[in-house]
Design a protein around this ligand. Structure first.
Ligand SMILES: Nc1nc2c(ncn2[C@@H]2O[C@H](COP(=O)(O)OP(=O)(O)OP(=O)(O)O)[C@@H](O)[C@H]2O)c(=O)[nH]1
Length: 289
C-alpha cells in the first residue's frame, strides 16, 4: 500500500482546480475562467483500496502579495511546499516557458516534482514537443506528463507517475472519504462561483461568503449564508434592481448545491457590508482564510 501527499502548484489559471476535479471525478474545487478563484487549500483524496491513497492539495495561484489576503495565499503556497511527498508543477502549455521556468526554479523544491503539461488539447504536436524538450531538461523535473484536465485525458497516467514517487504507508483517511473539508465549505464556494459567473472583474474580489446555518430537515436542507462586501455600492450591485441579481445568484447556487448534496435545498442569502474586510486580520480569520 502506498500513501502520501501531493501538492498541485501552478500560476493562476494553469488549471489546478480543473485537474483536482478530474482526479476526484466530482465538482470539489470551484472552476472559473477568472484568476485567483482558489483561495483555500482544498484537499481531495483518491483511494484505490489495498493499493494507494493519494491526498491532493490545491494551492492558491502563485501571485505577488499586494495586500494581506494575497500575502496569506503566498504563505499557504509556501507551507504547501514543505509538507508534500510529491509536487505537481502544472503548466498552461499554451503559454511561453520562461515565466513558469523562473517560478519553478525559484521554489527551490526539496520534494520530487512532476511537470504536468496541461491544456495540450489546445495546441499542436510541435509546440507540445518543444515544451516537453524544454522542461524535461530542467533540474527540478523528475518526470513529465502531458494531460488535458478539461478533457480528462491521461489522468490515470498521471496517477501512475505519482505512484512512482509515493512512499509505502497506510491510508491517512477512511477509504470512502473524498475530502477533509466540511460540506459547508463547498456550499460557500458554490455561492462564490455564481458571483464570479454573474459579475465583472471587480465585485468577486471584494466578496466573501460565510455559511451561518446548515440544517438538515426532513425533506430539505436549510442553508443561510451571508455574502460579505466592503462597500454599500457593492451591496447595491449584488442585490440588483428590486433584488434581481441576488435572486439569480440564489437560484443558480441552489441548483448546484442540490446536485452536490443530492437533496432539496432552501437557500437564503443576505448581503452584508464589512468595510475593509480584506485587510483586516480578524475578519480574515472569521471568514476562514
Ligand atoms: N482547453 C483546456 N482548458 C483548460 C484545461 N484545464 C483548465 N482549463 C481552463 O482554464 C481555466 C482555468 O482553470 P482553473 O482550473 O480554474 O485554473 P486554476 O489554476 O485553478 O486557477 P486559480 O484558481 O485562479 O489559481 C478554466 O477556464 C478551465 O476551463 C485543459 O486541459 N484544456
Amino acid at each position: 500500500m502506498k500513501a502520501g501527499f501531493v501538492n498541485i502548484f501552478g500560476k493562476p489559471n494553469a488549471g489546478k482546480s480543473t485537474l483536482l476535479n478530474a482526479l476526484l471525478g466530482e465538482k470539489l474545487a470551484i472552476v472559473s475562467p477568472k484568476v485567483q478563484t482558489t483561495r483555500h487549500r482544498i484537499k481531495g483524496f483518491v483511494t484505490e483500496p489495498g493499493k494507494y491513497q493519494i491526498i491532493f492539495s490545491d494551492t492558491p495561484g502563485i501571485i505577488e502579495p499586494r495586500y494581506k489576503l494575497q500575502e496569506k495565499m503566498m504563505q499557504s503556497v509556501k507551507s504547501a511546499l514543505e509538507d508534500a511527498d510529491v509536487a505537481l508543477l502544472l503548466v498552461d502549455t499554451t503559454e511561453g516557458v520562461e515565466e513558469n521556468n523562473n517560478l519553478f526554479t525559484s521554489l527551490k523544491l526539496k520534494v520530487p516534482a512532476i511537470v504536468v503539461l496541461n491544456k495540450v488539447d489546445k495546441i499542436g504536436e510541435k509546440r507540445i514537443t518543444a515544451a516537453e524538450n524544454f522542461y524535461s531538461q530542467q533540474p527540478y523535473c523528475k518526470k513529465l506528463v502531458k494531460i488535458s484536465a478539461l478533457k480528462n485525458d491521461n489522468i490515470q497516467e498521471l496517477i501512475n507517475a505519482i505512484l512512482e514517487f509515493l512512499p509505502e504507508g497506510e491510508p491517512f483517511y477512511p477509504e470512502d472519504d473524498m475530502t477533509d473539508l466540511p460540506t459547508k465549505f463547498f456550499v460557500g464556494e458554490m455561492v462564490r462561483e455564481k458571483i464570479f459567473e454573474l459579475f465583472g472583474d471587480e465585485i468577486p474580489y471584494h466578496t466573501a461568503v460565510m455559511v451561518n446555518e446548515f440544517k438538515e430537515k426532513e425533506t430539505l436542507v436549510k442553508i443561510q449564508a451571508d455574502i460579505i462586501v466592503q462597500r454599500e455600492s457593492q451591496k447595491g450591485i449584488l442585490l440588483g434592481e428590486g433584488g434581481k441579481m441576488i435572486k439569480q445568484i440564489g437560484t443558480l447556487a441552489r441548483q448546484d448545491i442540490e446536485k452536490f448534496l443530492q437533496q432539496k435545498v432552501f437557500l437564503q442569502l443576505f448581503v452584508k457590508v464589512r468595510p475593509k474586510w480584506r485587510d483586516n486580520e480578524m475578519h480574515l480569520k472569521e471568514y476562514g482564510y
